[in-house]
Design a protein around this ligand. Structure first.
Ligand code: FDA
Length: 304
């Protein structure tokens, strides 16, 4: 009950435009630095180097919320391209994750597609990969349409499928051959489109993972859930699926010991490394997922 209230509270706060705007001026606060890798691309690249040295590969995400103008979307696109150049220059092991709303999806579909073409073609020059993060269910179909357009010309782009959506089982079947990151899902969705029960989400999550792996397609299992990870390990062993066909992914600052254990066991682990001054919404969504994190947020607030 308290967990549900706190989840709803943090999800609501994450969407507050005044707070998101104000937070840009505050700098990383309330413990956010534990889960956001600095506010510039160079600070993020330094974190990526540290993670690479521990055997972890990365995906960089330049944080950005509430993009309403083409100018803002173009600036976000340019920043993504700059990040790809920085990854190549620093010779670090990282790809890029992007959100379509940041690139103008809510403004104009063709404009957003064109922005993505610029990013994916830059990545292609460097033999790098771009992952389209999945946002709320109102944008699922349009994101998949955009992916289909891009895949006509580029093989270095993939997306994310969320286990809480009823539609996802069919989506994973339709996306056979396309590298997917599979997640449980982070947004608040109505029961018309999404499972509300944790157990149902977990069951569907395992179904999606097994389907995509058995289809022979590269699969990223993005979860901090040790039970899911254990079941994936047992499944790939039983089905003789090679370690080269999948990777585990976790967020920067979460379950560092588990990340390290998986690396030592010979699995590929990728850390999702968010950075930038627009950190507030991301941080609030992480608190919504795991209210235990509130403790460190308040510790940060009081300067402990
Ligand atoms: P969940 O939160 O269900 O936790 C299950 C159990 O795992 C807990 O009960 C606890 O026992 C253990 N656990 C979890 N976190 C722990 C911690 N920090 N410390 C100790 N134990 C812990 N979502 C989305 O909608 N679109 C997207 O594009 C993405 N992208 C993405 C990338 C990456 C790399 C990750 C890891 C996640 C996402 N997500 C996402 C978020 C995802 O949908 C989901 O909301 C969160 O990962 C939370 O679900 P989990 O599977 O991690 O476990």
């Amino acid at each position: 009950m308290i967990e549900a209230i706190s989840k709803n509270f943090f999800l609501a706060v994450s969407q507050s435009k005044p707070l998101n705007k104000a937070a840009r001026k505050w700098g990383l606060r309330f413990g956010a630095a534990q889960v956001v890798a600095g506010d510039t691309v160079s600070s993020a690249i330094n974190k990526v180097k540290e993670l690479n040295n521990k055997g972890l590969c990365c995906t960089l995400d330049h944080l950005g919320e509430f993009v309403f103008s083409k100018e803002e979307a173009t600036a976000a696109t340019n920043y993504c391209i700059q990040t790809l150049h920085a990854i190549a220059e620093a010779k670090v092991e990282s790809n890029l994750s992007v959100k379509m709303t940041q690139l103008g999806l809510d403004i104009d579909y063709d404009f957003c597609l064109n922005n993505m073409r610029r990013i994916v073609s830059t990545a292609k020059q460097y033999n790098n990969f771009v992952r389209i993060d999945m946002e709320d269910s109102a944008r699922t179909q349009v994101t998949l349409d955009l992916l289909a357009e891009l895949r006509k010309d580029y093989d270095n782009v993939g997306t994310v499928i969320q286990a809480y959506l009823y539609r996802s089982e069919q989506d994973v079947k339709d996306l056979k051959g396309i590298p997917l990151r599979l997640v449980k899902g982070a947004y608040k969705e109505p029961q018309q489109v999404a499972f509300q029960d944790k157990q149902a989400v977990d069951e569907n999550y395992l179904t999606l993972i097994k389907t995509h792996l058995l289809n022979g397609t590269y699969t990223a299992i993005a979860s901090h859930d040790h039970n899911i990870i254990q079941q994936v390990k047992e499944f790939v062993k039983k089905e003789n699926i090679p370690n080269s066909q999948f990777e585990f992914q976790m967020l920067y600052g979460f379950r560092n010991e588990l990340q390290q254990t998986l690396v030592q066991e010979g699995y590929k682990v990728r850390v999702y490394v968010p950075f930038g001054d627009d950190w507030f919404g991301y941080f609030m969504r992480r608190l919504a997922e795991r209210p235990q994190n509130v403790a460190f947020a308040f510790k940060g607030f009081f300067g402990a």
